[in-house]
Design a protein around this ligand. Structure first.
Ligand code: PLP
Length: 361
């Protein structure tokens, strides 16, 4: 079989930064090698910078973004705990499912897809939940939700944010906003292949954690030893860390911080602006509510009479260009175009606009 290089402009994975790609070719390190442990520590430091947090418990979990979600819930909520989840897309729905499996009493505050989270409604759902959860950047709809009002009104509750599609693409300032727990995925704006879930938990959330969560693999207490939390900073074996992936994440984060977080965010913002303007010129309409659109993930209404899957197939076959289908009920009526990591660039925007124009002609 012949492999081909693709331009990945879907909802993720994105093409990695060259630094993250090159790091995959480094000779493999052992998972308890002091050199690897140094890379792991530096990776945690770099994650603190992009998350905007001083949380000492910040680490890349050895699994994809969904494991970050599972780790957040399984370590903080158990049977009977009240959890309020803001649902404005597929990943809010997934949070409801995961929290329910922990035995929590889940209150899902449903929103119309394509609209942002309404903090007032979410905060009014219950007077004293243990945890409130929301998706910062809903990849299923291309919508950005403001976490600050949720944090400001959370009272005694913990606030959990899904930052899978926001981290490394748009500003994330967990400590300034007052977010207690957050997770992400390596394969989106961080510009690294899929396989790691950056995760962070505040001391406040840590003190209220479930002592013996039902998941052994995602037990943050046990993972602490692996991440250097053990007495004296010694490392204990928990699982075999995917060392090659951590080296790649370390390199991707290094690239982002070298460019500068503000510059990286500005690059994503500008790419999104160019794409939105170009799509309008092609006569295409956007799905997400105006004023709440993500620059790194754009949802486009498929024009009437156009076969959405046939267009995506042609883009892939003729241009080696991947864009995404819509999610859930919008699978056939919406396209999702990602401009993440190195793909947040004017030449990628020009490519997808030209290819779409050609295929739609
Ligand atoms: N949350 C959001 C907002 C996502 O976009 C995704 C993946 O697309 C996930 C969670 C789940 O991450 P993964 O597919 O890496 O498990």
């Amino acid at each position: 079989m012949m492999l081909r290089a693709r331009t990945l402009l879907g909802p993720g994975p994105s093409n990695p930064y060259p630094e993250a790609q090159a790091a995959l070719g480094f000779p493999l390190l052992g998972h308890l090698d002091p050199l690897f442990l140094q890379v792991l520590d530096e990776t945690s430091d770099r994650l603190r910078q992009v998350f905007g947090t001083a949380n000492r418990r910040t680490l890349p979990l050895s699994a994809t973004g969904s494991a970050g979600m599972e780790a957040a819930f399984v370590n903080t909520v158990g049977p009977g705990d009240v959890v309020v989840v803001a649902v404005n897309g597929l990943f809010g729905q997934r949070m409801v499912e995961v929290a329910s499996r922990c035995g929590a009493e889940v209150m899902a505050v449903e929103h119309e897809w394509g609209t942002p989270v309404d903090a007032e409604r979410v905060l009014a759902a219950h007077p004293s939940p243990k945890l409130i959860a929301a998706v910062h950047a809903e990849t299923s709809t291309g919508v950005l939700s403001d976490l600050e009002p949720l944090a400001a009104g959370k009272g005694d509750a913990l606030l959990l944010a899904d930052c899978v599609t926001s981290l490394g693409g748009i500003p994330v300032r967990l400590d300034e906003w007052g977010v207690d727990l957050a997770y992400s995925g390596s394969q989106k704006c961080l510009g690294v292949p899929p396989g790691l879930a950056p995760f962070t938990i505040s001391d406040r959330a840590w003190e209220r954690r479930i002592e013996k969560p039902q998941s052994w693999y995602l037990d943050l207490g046990l993972l602490g030893g692996y991440a250097g939390e053990a007495a004296g900073g010694g490392r204990t074996y928990h699982h075999t860390a995917p060392t090659g992936m951590v080296v790649s994440l370390h390199a991707g984060l290094g690239r982002i911080l070298e460019e500068g977080l503000d510059a990286v965010h500005a690059r994503h913002a500008e790419a999104g602006r160019l794409l939105h303007a170009g799509l309008a010129e092609l006569g295409l309409e956007l799905f997400a509510a105006e004023g709440h659109r993500l620059p790194e993930l754009t949802t486009v209404q498929v024009p009437d009479g156009v076969d959405s899957a046939a267009v995506r197939k042609e883009l892939l076959e003729r241009y080696d260009l991947e864009i995404g289908a819509g999610a859930g009920a919008y699978a056939a009526s919406v396209w999702r175009i990602g401009l993440m990591g190195p793909n947040a660039a004017p030449d990628r925007v020009a490519l997808v606009l030209a290819a779409l124009e050609d295929v739609l002609a």
